[in-house]
Write a protein that binds this ligand. Structure first.
Ligand code: PRP
Ligand code: URA
Length: 211
């Protein structure tokens, strides 16, 4: 697994506002969307492309186009939904699948409650999006889910990660060069109830309210 921390002053500024407990949902959603656009730029560096002829007003030249089949973006519900528009804005030809995972707050184990993804992902490039990588249980489940269905190239895009979660993904995924994690910032630790510290709280609740 390759880890890329997308360090940039604009990213640090926007994450700081996200962390602020006084930032309300409308601003929080907007910032998540903006951050994804910045992270997606890094995360799509290895997006598969082909050469494409293009006629300019002056001549013909060889350019680049996203290869077929297009990548699949998979938001991990619910908080990952907040990152979907930002990803599809940069990758409009991508297909979108959905994976609903909920962390049991007692055991911290992830439970799958929904999936709407092709059964066959053979050879597909997949972008998993979820703002929070805490224990890593949810992300590992999602990575295994798509790898079992044949995905060969998985990029996870997260906003905040705990060192414990990164280590867990590393341990489970090992040295597979075809799995990478792009994250805005790596925080200090997990607390005793599995929350990222300093973190930003519950990303799903801050995006969509407490359910
Ligand atoms: C959050 C977050 C991740 C998960 C991270 O989702 O969006 O999916 O927790 O925790 P982990 O790394 O310890 O598995 P949650 O389960 O709270 O669901 P939600 O998005 O519906 O709020
Ligand atoms: N899920 C969140 O939304 N926040 C955390 O800090 C940990 C898991």
């Amino acid at each position: 697994m390759r880890l890329h921390v997308a360090d940039h002053p604009l990213i640090r500024h926007k994450v700081t506002v996200l962390r602020d407990k006084n930032t309300k949902s409308p601003t929080f959603r907007l910032l998540v969307d903006e951050l994804v656009t910045l992270l997606a730029y890094e995360a799509t560096r290895d997006v598969r492309v082909v050469e494409r002829e293009v006629e300019t007003p002056l001549t013909t030249t060889t350019g680049t186009a996203i290869a077929d089949p297009p990548p699949i973006i998979v938001p991990i519900l619910r908080a990952g939904l907040g990152m979907l528009d930002g990803m599809t804005r940069l990758l409009p030809s991508a297909e979108v699948g959905f994976l609903g995972l909920k962390r049991d707050e007692e055991t911290l184990e992830a439970i799958t409650y929904a999936n709407r993804l092709p059964d066959d992902l053979t050879g597909r490039q997949v972008f998993l999006i979820d703002p929070m990588l805490a224990t890593g249980g949810s992300l590992v489940m999602a990575i295994e889910y798509v790898l079992e269905r044949g995905a060969t190239d998985v990029t996870c895009v997260c906003l905040l990660a705990a060192p414990e979660g990164i280590a867990h993904v590393q341990e489970k995924v090992g040295d597979r060069a075809d799995v990478s994690v792009v994250v805005a910032q790596v925080d200090e630790k997990l607390n005793e109830v599995g929350y990222i510290v300093p973190g930003l709280g519950d990303a799903g609740d801050r995006l969509y309210g407490i359910v």
